[in-house]
Write a protein that binds this ligand. Structure first.
Ligand SMILES: *[C@@H]1O[C@H](CO)[C@@H](O)[C@H](O)[C@H]1NC(C)=O
Ligand SMILES: *[C@@H]1O[C@H](CO)[C@@H](O)[C@H](O)[C@H]1NC(C)=O
Ligand SMILES: *[C@@H]1O[C@H](CO)[C@@H](O)[C@H](O)[C@H]1NC(C)=O
Ligand SMILES: *[C@@H]1O[C@H](CO)[C@@H](O)[C@H](O)[C@H]1NC(C)=O
Ligand SMILES: *[C@@H]1O[C@H](CO)[C@@H](O)[C@H](O)[C@H]1NC(C)=O
Ligand SMILES: *[C@@H]1O[C@H](CO)[C@@H](O)[C@H](O)[C@H]1NC(C)=O
Ligand SMILES: *[C@@H]1O[C@H](CO)[C@@H](O)[C@H](O)[C@H]1NC(C)=O
Length: 661
């Protein structure tokens, strides 16, 4: 008995040794229920009851990793050459909201199972901003990407790419598959239906191939092939698995089946036994057959036709250009439902050019802000569509994200991320319920500066905001400042009468040159930003009719105080003296610099950001905002032409006329 036990233990020991010593390099997972111990999961990844591996759930900005628990030898130790490998897997992506994917998944080879420091969103849980592109990452990934990130030069929001140590793909193609050698069909990655993918690497020919198919049969032709020797990219032993992430838009990313093999071909899977993981709901089709024998049915038919006629008449035809526009197009009905029929109760406010409603998208329970413009001319809208296409592609943490849009006759609707803390003006003016503390104010100012820098310099083309003011700075749930309404002023410009050039903006934030030239520039944005800086510190509007005469115009008052050596006197009394004096003085002086009447005496946003970060010392202020004499430290040497322009942007008398009108 005891001898038997000893023998058994010895055998167990051998078996264990075996597992460690011999390389398991042929994996076949027909579902993951029975191999839970063989998979290392982190982030949101989990194995669901039905044995499907789900990498992400519908939470925003999360990531999920699932790797085979044991490292696999990927190189021949005698010559350092990478082995050939092959994998087949079945995946499904189920977007929370139809047609909006976020962000995708990637078949991944990595030296780590946890990928520490990796970001969600556009980084797919693989890398982060600092390390992306570094040779020391030893990351190889085939991405199935459902979000277009311009930062990484993505081609569209439905592509397959090969990523080597970087989120910028070495090569990518739109998702598709070959039926035979020549017939290529498009494939929608976020249909919710199972899709099989094959990744094969041949280390003799140094060739990597990717194939896709909605069925079991492996297509002869790959959709993506890359000549590459992975020997220098992979380490001796690597972990193999999957990585995925969500952003402000989310999808569930499933792996349903997976096989992997070193130096051999991985087995494919039969998809017919797999369910379609409920994607976007199918349209309910009602077929009404009309029998002329029954008058009742005839009446019913007439009623239905009448209803359909009304519906078709009410809906606008989708025109060609609208399909080319980038961001998601919502149906009008959907947004009408989301805002409970644009009920006054859901009104969040009157934004620049229209009303803003709170809404809840039915399918996903996502809160959104819907901005509704009324516009008389279709022509204007058509022109503006190119604008939406570009605005929709702007992505920055300090901009309010445009999720999509809709149009119906003269109504244009824009759908934005909902900002639970509303706009900054509510915290500054009149009698705010909450007083922002100094660190919060300073952070918001820096946030807005960084958002504006992105618009001016960091995107593919310069975007002029044109309407920077406290009311257009929104606060998210963590009180981060985000600029809203960017690029929209053009819509207003292109109103029904194209012959009139309206100066767009808000009194008190309008740069003086605008009233002369009518041409907004980055520098006129900086002027408005200057007014915003002063407001945030002083807690009042640029022009305050109720103030004492010498305090009526904020910038003059701050300037006088600065000259008198008492600049901190202007700081919002409601802070009760609890603020960092150096920071407050910095913001005030910068506010004065930006408020200069001469456009070329104002700093550019790149410098503003660096002043606020303390990376660059603020030059001495030498001239009042309205007495620019070319001596201000920040001016380019060739722009020293004297500009003695005393015309105030907002002559007090005309302002008061406006107030009383
Ligand atoms: C999975 O783990 C079990 C032990 O938990 C082991 O017996 C089995 O060989 C492993 N299978 C694979 C494919 O690694
Ligand atoms: C989704 O995943 C996140 C991150 O792991 C987790 O905190 C959250 O509870 C999950 N949500 C659901 C509904 O499972
Ligand atoms: C490793 O490389 C050596 C020398 O090139 C070769 O003889 C051997 O067969 C290779 N081993 C494998 C497993 O490919
Ligand atoms: C980026 O990832 C690396 C590890 O890959 C980590 O050391 C670093 O802290 C991360 N950086 C950030 C900003 O998270
Ligand atoms: C792939 O991209 C990486 C990073 O951009 C680069 O180092 C490498 O040379 C590229 N390889 C090929 C084959 O293009
Ligand atoms: C990968 O290999 C390189 C060189 O062979 C080594 O310096 C590095 O530590 C390895 N990285 C990991 C994470 O194993
Ligand atoms: C796939 O499975 C179905 C039924 O489950 C079966 O009829 C069919 O022959 C299978 N196809 C292949 C290629 O094995």
């Amino acid at each position: 008995m005891s001898q038997n036990l000893r023998l058994l233990l010895f055998l167990l020991f051998l078996a264990n040794q075996n597992q460690v010593l011999t390389q398991l390099d042929d994996l076949y997972f027909h579902g993951f229920n029975h191999v839970k111990n063989n998979m290392s999961l982190n982030g949101a990844a989990e194995i669901e009851k039905d044995g499907f591996l789900c990498l992400t759930n519908y939470t925003k900005s999360i990531l999920g990793h699932a790797f085979y628990s044991y490292p696999i030898k990927f190189k021949n130790s005698s010559n350092g050459k990478a082995f050939s490998f092959s994998t087949a897997f079945v995946f499904a992506m189920v977007p929370k909201y139809p047609n909006l994917g976020g962000h995708g998944l990637a078949f991944t080879l990595s030296t780590s199972k946890e990928l520490p420091g990796a970001f969600s969103r556009q980084y797919l849980g693989l890398l982060n901003k600092t390390v992306s592109g570094s040779f020391s990452n030893h990351i190889f990934a085939v991405e199935f990407d459902t979000h277009r990130d311009y930062e990484f030069f993505d081609m569209n929001d439905n592509h397959v790419g090969v990523d080597i140590n970087s989120m910028r793909s070495n090569k990518s193609v739109p998702a598709a598959y070959f039926l035979d050698h020549s017939e290529k069909k498009d494939l929608n990655l976020i249909s919710g239906k199972p899709i099989q993918a094959w990744v094969d690497y041949d280390s003799v020919q140094n060739l990597l191939e990717v194939r896709l198919s909605p069925s079991a049969a492996k297509p002869v032709s790959p959709i993506l092939s890359v000549d590459i020797d992975l020997s220098n990219i992979l380490n001796d032993s690597m972990y193999v698995g999957f990585s995925s992430s969500t952003g402000s838009i989310t999808s569930k990313h499933y792996i349903l089946r997976w096989s992997f093999r070193i130096n051999g071909e991985a087995k494919s899977f039969n998809l017919s036994s797999l369910p379609s993981l409920l994607g976007p709901k199918d349209l309910l089709v009602i077929v009404v057959s009309v029998s002329f024998a029954s008058t009742f049915v005839i009446i019913l038919a007439i009623a239905i036709s009448f209803y359909l006629f009304r519906k078709i008449k009410g809906a606008d035809m989708i025109e060609g250009w609208e399909l080319q526009v980038g961001p998601h197009r919502f149906s009008y009905q959907e947004l009408k439902k989301a805002t409970k029929g644009f009920r006054e109760k859901e009104l969040l406010g009157f934004g620049g050019f229209g009303k803003v409603y709170k809404g809840i998208l039915r399918n996903s329970n996502t809160p959104v802000a819907v901005k509704r413009f009324c516009h008389e001319s279709k022509q204007g809208l058509r022109e503006f569509s190119t604008e939406i296409a570009s605005i929709g592609r702007l992505r920055h943490k300090n901009l309010v994200c445009l999720l999509g849009w809709s149009r119906r006759r003269g109504d244009l609707l824009l759908v934005y991320d909902f900002m639970p803390n509303g706009s900054l003006d509510k915290y500054l003016f009149e009698e705010p319920k909450t007083i922002l503390k100094w660190p919060e104010r300073f952070k918001i100012v820096k946030d807005v500066a960084s958002g504006l820098l992105y618009l001016h310099e960091e995107w593919e083309q310069t975007v002029i905001h044109r309407d920077i003011k406290a009311g257009n700075v929104l606060l998210d749930s963590e009180l981060n400042g985000r600029l809203g309404d960017f690029g929209l002023a053009k819509l207003y410009d292109r109103g029904s009468n194209p012959n009139t050039t309206k100066v767009v903006g808000t009194l008190g934030y309008l740069a003086p040159e605008l009233t002369r030239t009518g041409k907004p520039t980055t520098s006129s944005d900086v002027f408005a930003f200057g007014a915003l800086l002063l407001e945030v510190v002083c807690g009042r509007r640029p022009i305050e009719p109720k103030a004492l005469p010498e305090e009526l115009i904020l910038v003059d008052w701050v300037w006088d105080k600065w000259r008198g050596g008492a600049i901190l006197d202007v700081v919002d009394q409601r802070l009760n003296g609890e603020f960092d004096e150096n920071e407050a003085a910095l913001v005030l002086k910068l506010g004065l610099m930006c408020s200069n009447n001469a456009p070329n005496a104002r700093p550019i946003m790149r410098k503003v950001v660096r002043y606020l970060a303390g990376e660059l010392a603020l030059p001495e202020l030498v001239a009042a905002p309205d007495e620019y004499d070319g001596k201000n430290g920040d001016v380019d040497s060739d722009s020293g032409d004297k500009c003695k322009d005393h015309v105030y942007p907002y002559p007090v008398s005309s302002y008061l006329e406006k107030v009383s009108a």
